[in-house]
Design a protein around this ligand. Structure first.
Ligand code: TAP
Length: 473
């Protein structure tokens, strides 16, 4: 494996393509050191068209692969990912600055998602519906070529959440990783071939979103675009897809609330709060970045939270002890810092100094729900705190946002937990926990946090169209 331009010539699906005249390259920088760890091609429209057209040709044979054989190939892909789990995890540490513990989970998640959807081809059954004068049956038809656009914050899982159900349902896939973090996706593309997936069934194509991603939107052979990233880009993709009535799945931003009631186990809630927002350095669409604490326990809760934040280990992400690594880039660190520079800092943790894009876990006091850091997605290790009086005010504050992706409620009162869970406008909610993702349950946003669902059975069906057939008897 090598990520430098090597002049090995094009082999679509093999994806390590180098030496072509006129193809730019992008350097990949380790966010923990600022050092260059590799370079990959940045492909243009011509190469994107070739990849899409290859995927279109491969679709005809891939959709015809028997369910058992397709399932076996996906299970083999999962097994190969598992064999390379540590290698993928180490690569993600330098590709994205993820802690090694998280990166191991992420590579394992790709394996699990592939294993889960490998069970689908034999079970993707239609229905037989009673009708007079004949037989009526439905089929879940694959769509064709699916274009997947992946952001830099979770390069492996977000890729897997798209390609595993898409392939299981009989589609072919062209995947564009984020320019900042292409290395693990490229490796997954290689492992797919090693596992025996036919060429062009799953192609990883590095390059710019404004070039490759846009071509997914405009090329008529791409029947569905899956996008995860910022809300403005997601909206432009949705608008572009309208022209050809393309299917879209969007996973966009979040500004999730972590709501702590006075009757909660405060020690447990305070111990869990840092992980709920600082995990992946807060570069997580599910980050609980608004902390609402009932006013009667506000001071006590902050007193419990402070040592937990200060003890959060921000370290070289390759160390097993690291709980948080660096931010993705210098420009992103500047953006995150712009939220804290004029805000009231309650307390902050410690981050390494020197090379790399480090930022300390930071707790801000929100003067009012109008504060910029309370309203906008910071996408960094920053949480804003605000007290609330009662359930009604907690609901009003939690829902006072264009986003609706995730959230948590801490209480010992089951009735309150259920009332709040129904009232908070969000696609994923946890009670006395910050867990948002399980590969067999649906994941996705309400309001401007997204459209459609990933994972679980919902995602599988979103990669199919239902066809109804009537046979007169
Ligand atoms: P985006 O610009 O939205 O990038 C996400 C993905 O979309 C990348 O692969 C990107 O490619 C691609 N892309 C960019 N412009 C495109 C276009 N016009 N057409 C098609 N694809 C396009 O996000 P970002 O700049 O990396 O991050 C900005 C902010 O977005 C963050 O600060 C954060 O608030 C939010 N964000 C949210 C998420 C999630 S999970 N919801 C993930 C990442 C970022 P390139 O890499 O080539 O630009």
């Amino acid at each position: 494996m090598g990520f430098w331009f090597g002049g090995v010539g094009i082999r679509w699906g093999r994806v390590i393509i180098g030496g072509e005249v006129g193809v730019d390259r992008t350097e990949v920088v380790n966010p923990a050191t600022g050092g260059v760890v590799g370079a990959v091609p940045a492909y243009g429209v011509a190469e994107t068209d070739a990849a899409i057209e290859g995927a279109q040709r491969a679709f005809e044979s891939w959709r015809g692969v028997g369910p058992g054989d397709r399932a076996r190939l996906l299970r083999r892909f999962a097994a190969v990912v598992d064999e390379h789990r540590e290698e993928l995890a180490r690569l993600e540490v330098s590709n994205a600055g993820h802690t090694i513990g998280n990166a191991r989970w992420e590579a394992g998640n790709v394996r699990d998602v592939l294993d889960y959807y490998a069970g689908a081809p034999e079970r993707l059954a239609g229905r037989q519906i009673p009708v007079p004068g004949g037989l009526d049956v439905t089929f879940h038809e694959p769509l064709g070529v699916v274009g997947i656009i992946v952001p830099w914050n979770f390069p492996m899982p977000i890729a897997g959440w798209g390609f595993a159900p898409a392939l299981a349902a009989g589609n072919t896939v062209v995947l564009k990783p984020a320019e900042l973090t292409p290395l693990t996706a490229i490796r997954l593309g290689e492992l797919a071939l090693e596992a025996g997936l036919p060429e062009h069934v799953f192609t990883v194509l590095p390059g710019k979103g404004s070039v490759i991603g846009q071509r997914f939107v405009t090329h008529p052979a791409v029947r569905k675009v899956c996008f995860t990233g910022s809300t403005p880009v997601g909206k432009s993709i949705m608008a572009g897809c309208a022209d050809q009535v393309k299917r879209v799945t969007l996973e966009l931003g979040g500004k999730s609330a972590n709501i702590v009631f006075a009757d909660a186990d405060l020690e447990q809630a305070a111990a869990a709060a840092p992980g709920g927002v600082f995990d992946n350095a807060g570069q997580d669409c599910c980050a609980r970045s608004r902390l609402l604490v009932q006013d009667s326990v506000y001071e006590r809760f902050l007193a419990l939270l402070e040592p937990a934040v200060k003890a959060f280990r921000v370290q070289d992400p390759g160390l097993d002890t690291a709980e948080m690594g660096p931010l993705i880039s210098a420009s992103h660190r500047e953006k995150v810092a712009s939220y804290t520079s004029d805000a009231q800092v309650a307390f902050a943790g410690v981050a390494p100094e020197g090379d790399g894009w480090w930022f300390p876990p930071t707790v801000l006091l929100a003067g009012s729900p109008g504060d910029r850091h309370w309203r906008e997605e910071v996408f960094g290790p920053v949480v804003s705190v605000l007290p609330f009086r009662d359930e009604a005010e907690a609901i009003a504050l939690a829902n006072d946002t264009e986003y609706g992706l995730s959230g948590s409620i801490w209480t010992r009162d089951l009735g309150r937990a259920l009332r709040m869970a129904r009232a908070v406008e969000t696609g994923n909610l946890s009670v006395n926990s910050h867990s948002s993702v399980r590969y067999w349950t649906p994941f996705g946003g309400m309001k401007q946090s997204g459209l459609g669902r990933e994972l679980g059975p919902d995602a599988l069906l979103s990669f199919t169209d239902v066809k109804n057939v009537f046979i007169a008897t």
